[in-house]
Design a protein around this ligand. Structure first.
Ligand code: CAO
Length: 420
């Protein structure tokens, strides 16, 4: 065992820098490059890494000391033979002077001095203070380019990074827009059009939902063979004419039943009071495709409607949306939303939750599928659904149970289940 001294490294024009943190303890085993202390000047702060491995024998400085290049930080008990030799050779130089509180003494020595505070493997080099500063501003220090030696990140780097990400105008903080490296027209003919007003309004809401809500999307194939046979056999008793009811009306009825059985899906998070709001009403939102963009009006008290009434309400509300005659208030106050692409095509997708709601049901186009039933291969009508939910409120198991419940409601006993 030999004694190795670790000294304050060359830090450029740093003079009388304050020790703001001691990151190791006496008796602690440390590895090469482990951070030992944090020094802070009025310009920035740096961590001083260990140049050797070993056990910390004696720490020679205290928080609040002012130090300079060559001051003794600590001595290590180390097994490194080559370093042992260097220590012995330098013994005569008597470097073991203590740094006194607020009055550093420079130790002139030929001991090995750490050259640059380097980054530890897999982490970005930045002092705890800078990391905390970055965290407070919502930035990840790993993404910030460091301007100091070995890419170390300073407080100034954090500020520059934040400045590059946002603009502040009229008291509002706005995210800076990413600029393409080359303009589109450099690659061929283009046409410029205004973004429709509805899309401009819904865009930020979609971004907020997608980035702030931990989405889980669960897919399910529901066997709706019997339900579809029933739906296509509906006719008016007096006129003998077929009655057309969209599958969406049946799905809505099943969803209301599921919301009653799983109240977590008919809820919202109150971020101010940190509580869950359970809604006792059943107002379903429907994604409506309009020439002006996507709209999501609510149909109120769907639990009190028959399947036929739901179908009619859907037609009426989507017409109001397409003609831009819907009242603004009708876009608020929903339980859960259905986004049906069944009339267009496609199977599974990942619907985005419409906050403050916590779940959304995506519906694809039903298709025929050959499946094995009671030992026989038969053709069945399958409805693909995709349920997205907020994982902060709804667990995966509950999501799966919700899908199973919906399958039962729309399955072969649908008439019995939906009548309840
Ligand atoms: N599988 C198979 N066929 C389906 C179906 C399904 N899941 N859902 C509807 N259909 C059929 C209907 O029965 C109807 O058939 P007929 O013309 O033979 O009667 C046809 O498809 C057209 O349906 P529709 O889409 O006009 O009506 P709807 O009641 O199913 O839906 C509405 C109403 C307003 C939801 C729909 O018009 C709409 O706008 N859908 C788009 C929603 C959307 O954009 N979602 C994405 C949001 S994220 O960007």
């Amino acid at each position: 065992m030999a004694s190795t001294k670790i000294l304050v490294p060359n830090m450029g024009d740093f003079k009388d820098v304050e020790v703001i943190e001691i990151l190791v303890k006496e008796g602690q085993q440390i590895k090469k490059n482990d951070s030992l202390i944090t020094l802070e000047s009025d310009k920035s702060s740096v961590e001083v890494p260990a140049t050797h491995e070993g056990i910390v024998e004696k720490i020679n400085i205290k928080v609040g000391n002012k130090v300079n290049q060559g001051d003794l930080i600590l001595s290590l008990k180390s097994e490194n033979k080559t370093e042992e030799k260097k220590v012995t050779a330098n013994k005569e130089q008597k470097i073991e002077k203590k740094v006194e509180d607020k009055k550093p003494k420079i130790i002139k020595t030929k001991e090995i001095i750490p050259t640059t505070p380097s980054s530890q493997s897999g982490t970005k080099s930045a002092s705890p203070k800078v990391r905390k500063f970055a965290r407070e501003l919502g930035a990840n220090v790993l993404e910030i380019p460091g301007s100091q030696r070995s890419g170390r990140v300073s407080e100034e780097d954090v500020k520059n990074f934040i400045r590059s990400q946002v603009t502040v105008s009229g008291g509002k903080v706005e995210k800076k827009i990413h600029k393409e490296e080359y303009p589109h027209e450099e690659f061929g003919e283009i046409q410029l059009k205004d973004i429709p007003r509805v899309k401009k309004l819904s865009g930020p809401q979609l971004v907020r939902s997608w980035t702030e809500i931990p989405h889980v999307t669960q897919h399910e194939e529901i066997d709706i063979t019997e339900m579809e046979q029933f739906r296509s056999s509906l006719y008016d008793y007096y006129s003998g004419e077929m009655i057309k009811v969209t599958p969406l009306a049946f799905i809505s009825k099943a969803l209301i039943s599921a919301l009653k059985a799983f109240p977590n899906f008919n809820a919202s998070i109150d971020p101010i009071h940190n509580k869950i709001i359970y809604k006792k009403y059943f107002h379903l939102g429907f994604a409506v495709d309009t020439p002006h963009g996507l709209m999501v009006p609510k149909i109120r008290d769907v639990d009190q409607m028959s399947i036929k009434e739901i179908g009619e309400a859907l037609k009426k509300t989507s017409k109001l949306c397409r003609e831009l005659k819907i009242d603004k208030k009708e876009f608020f106050g929903g339980s859960m939303t259905i986004s049906s692409l069944g009339g267009i095509g496609g199977t599974f997708f990942t619907p985005i939750i419409n906050p403050p709601e916590v779940a959304i049901l995506g519906v694809g186009k039903s298709f025929d599928k050959l499946i094995k039933l009671k030992g026989k291969i038969v053709s069945r009508k399958i409805l693909p659904i995709s349920l997205s939910y907020d994982h902060r409120i709804i667990d995966g198991a509950e999501g799966a149970r919700f899908c199973v419940y919906l399958s039962e409601c729309l399955g072969k006993d649908f008439a019995f289940k939906l009548a309840v």
